[in-house]
Design a protein around this ligand. Structure first.
Ligand code: PEP
Ligand code: MG
Length: 589
């Protein structure tokens, strides 16, 4: 695409590709020599074979040495990058020891009587062609790895120096027809700003490497080579998948602004991990993570989660024909609790039924799944299911602090029935001398049904903590399906009715002196933070990527002012006015 404008003598061009690693790089272009190293194929005389085999074996040894050196150098790269590059170089090293590649080249030298360079080229072409023909995209991409090793051997045989990136001016943008993963491994983020290539896809090692190194990269840019010349200034926008050649002064300024924004954000978010979640006037807030899958544990901890405020246990029941028993659930919970190293883990009992997830149970379909036999209702009907879960949680509680959370509670009797089941399970486990949590885990209730919110005073006497599920609370209060796109515009947590239920619940918990958290999506949205704090909530549980930004918001809030604004908001009857008052407060403080 050609856009209006020029940068000095040169025309500005915008090219589209695959943004495989986010961020913006602006810098002088360095065009990497395209294409393979030219190889002169020569026929050998019988008497030359031994010497040629010798020469080949020296090139292989040199290649091994180079790769080992690269491996040592890459070990100093930041975490994931070091690991990724390490694996790849190890794979390359294996290609250079007793592999089909080496045997094939030696056979060609001996039997076809061609020189080592020619033999390598022919062998690589044959192997790479075999890989490329495979329908499996991952394996097909390995053809590039084979070519990379082959080119290294040819470079060593012909003494062609390896393309050095070290002497480039800082911020250089590398432009290439194709960049091999090993070449990418040589790109030092302190010198190279980013890169763009004509070939390459989002699943290849080059893309993975770019992400690991944090280098903005755009691959698969058609027409790139013809469009960029030495001395051009190039922008690589890895977030949008765009390459701008010779940006106009206005475009360049815009991208520089984006770069600065990204840098500031990264710096700030990084710093936030270590600082406490405290308001400007010194009130501490507990920030917890919602967990859907165990694999989120590590990033949640890295983002500073002080515990798990909502462990959705549905993951244990997905993609299977049978139900997990107590032992299996115990093992899964135990490893999560141990990984949290003493931080509390709030385990919610199964929250499925109706349309959410089909279980191998004899439960007939509900005409209104959202109002049918789901969540705690299903657990209370299927007692073995509930008892297995409670048993697993009690046993896992012997390995660290846990809390039990009940979904979709709508009456006192449901809490009572769960307590009875809990007593039965405790007795059974104690009889069997199985180690369980001591003292017994606190039992909490999700407040996500309007009837539960309105009974919050009574429920607060029957349980040890509340967790407000604003996703369902909004849905049930306004009678708007949270998953239905036709009514999505009507789904509004700032509706005064929803806010009054949140306020009523928070006040009931505060009066009864039981902990209360919010674990619906609004807990992770900084727009709502001041309002929730103003309503008395001091515990927020959210998806881990939201933690730093919410912490940042908390640290900018004056609790006294937020409380006053929350009171003002609660006097309103119009959700538009509520939104305006909240947004106004957010821009001021
Ligand atoms: C909620 O309803 O707000 C909640 C946190 O639970 P889920 O989203 O799992 O229904
Ligand atoms: Mg819910």
């Amino acid at each position: 695409m050609r856009i209006e404008g020029t940068a000095g003598e040169r025309a500005t061009q915008v090219l589209e590709g695959l943004g495989v690693a986010p961020g913006v790089a602006i810098g002088p272009a360095y065009l990497l020599e395209a294409g393979a190293i030219p190889v002169a194929v020569r026929t050998l005389a019988e008497g030359e074979v031994a010497a040629e085999l010798e020469r080949f074996s020296a090139a292989v040894a040199k290649g091994q040495k180079q790769l080992r050196k690269l491996k040592t150098k890459s070990a100093s790269l930041p975490g994931a990058a070091a690991e990724e590059i390490g694996y790849l170089l190890e794979a390359y090293l294996q290609m250079l020891s007793g592999s089909r590649l080496l045997r094939g080249v030696e056979r060609r030298i001996r039997e076809d009587l061609i020189n080592a360079e020619g033999a390598v080229q022919a062998e690589i072409a044959e192997i790479a062609e075999g890989f490329s023909a495979l329908s499996d995209q991952y394996l097909a991409a390995r053809a590039a790895d084979i070519r990379d090793v082959g080119e290294r051997l040819i470079r060593n045989l012909t003494q062609t120096p390896y393309a050095g990136f070290a002497k480039l001016p800082p911020g250089t943008v590398v432009i290439a027809e194709e960049l091999s993963p090993a070449d990418t491994a040589l790109l030092d983020p302190a010198l190279i700003g980013g890169f763009a290539t004509v070939l390459g896809g989002p699943e290849g090692h080059t893309a993975i490497m770019a992400r690991s190194l944090g280098l903005p990269a755009v691959l698969g840019v058609a027409g790139l080579i013809g469009a960029v010349h030495g001395g051009d200034v190039v922008v690589v926008d890895g977030s949008a998948g765009r390459v701008v050649v010779n940006p106009t002064p206005e475009l360049r300024a815009e991208y520089e602004r984006r770069q600065e924004e990204n840098r500031r954000e990264q710096r700030m978010l990084g710093r936030l991990k270590r600082v406490p979640a405290v308001t400007r006037d010194g009130e501490a807030v507990t920030l917890l993570a919602n967990l859907e899958l165990p694999r989120e544990l590590e990033p949640a901890l890295a983002a500073g989660a002080e515990g798990i405020g909502l462990l959705r246990t549905e993951f244990m029941f997905m993609n299977r024909e049978d139900l997990p028993g107590e032992e299996e659930q115990y093992q899964a919970l135990k490893s999560i609790i141990e990984a949290m190293e003493g931080r509390p883990v709030t385990v919610r009992t199964l929250d499925i039924g109706g349309d959410k997830l089909a279980l191998p149970l004899h439960v007939s379909e509900s005409a209104n799944p959202a109002l049918g036999l789901r969540a705690i209702r299903l657990s209370l009907k299927e007692r073995p299911l509930l008892e297995a879960q409670l048993g697993a949680i009690l046993r896992a509680g012997a390995h660290g602090p846990v809390r039990i959370l009940l979904p979709m509670i709508s009456s006192m009797s449901e809490v009572r029935q769960v307590r009875q089941a809990l007593t039965t399970v405790v007795r059974r486990l104690k009889r069997r001398k199985v180690k369980i949590a001591d003292p017994l885990p606190p039992l909490g209730v999700m407040i996500e049904v309007p009837g539960a919110a309105l009974s919050a005073d009574a429920l607060a006497q029957a349980c040890e903590f509340f967790a407000i599920g604003t996703n369902d609370l909004t849905m049930y209060t306004l009678a708007i399906d949270r998953g239905e796109e036709q009514v999505a515009h009507l789904y509004n947590t700032l509706h005064p009715a929803v806010l009054r239920l949140i306020q009523f619940t928070a006040e009931a918990a505060l009066r009864a002196r039981i902990p209360i958290s919010v674990c619906g999506e609004i807990a992770g949205d900084p727009r709502f933070t001041a309002l929730l704090l103003g309503l008395g909530v001091r515990e927020l549980s959210m998806a881990w990527p939201a933690l730093p930004r919410v912490k940042q918001r908390i640290r900018s809030i004056d609790l006294l002012a937020a409380t006053r604004r929350a009171r003002m908001i609660m006097d309103q009857s119009d959700s538009g006015r509520i939104a305006a008052l909240l947004d106004d407060f957010n821009t001021l403080a």
